[in-house]
Design a binder for this molecule. Structure first.
Ligand SMILES: [Zn+2]
Length: 132
């Protein structure tokens, strides 16, 4: 058996990007302790078990922290753009992501996942919740 993330095996993120291409947000969930975490790691950061699987997320969250980026990390990003840590509601995990449709997002704003093409990848981004 080839463990994801091991030398010569699939990357830990392969399944994440495959789901993203289908516009499905997923996160690692530990089978031992039930915790969600992100980014994907070989071992659960909560209990160190290496037994985890990807599960889909409802894609609704709240902005935990945010800033506006003025210097792009690579050419496919147009600046300025808002960058935020979004905590996924009721799922116990969060991710660093871009915010679209809100030039000046604020901490505590409710957001939902949306998708943007970037090169050959589909990236998750978050936008203000349109319907309560
Ligand atoms: Zn665990």
């Amino acid at each position: 058996m080839t463990v994801p993330g091991s030398y010569g095996g699939p990357a830990l993120t392969d399944e994440f990007w495959a789901a993203a291409a289908e516009h499905v947000l997923v996160r690692p969930v530990c089978r031992a302790c039930g915790s969600s975490f992100f980014p994907p790691l070989i071992a659960c950061p909560h209990c160190v078990a290496q037994d985890w699987e990807y599960r889909s997320s409802a894609g609704r969250g709240t902005i935990y922290s945010c800033a506006v980026v003025h210097k792009a990390p690579s050419p496919e990003f147009e600046t300025p753009f808002p960058l935020a840590i979004v905590d996924l509601d009721g799922e116990g995990w969060g991710l660093l992501t871009t915010i679209v449709g809100a030039p000046s997002p604020r901490i505590g704003d409710p957001v939902e996942v949306t998708w943007r093409e970037s090169g050959d990848r589909v990236l998750p981004a978050f936008r203000p919740v349109s319907t309560p």
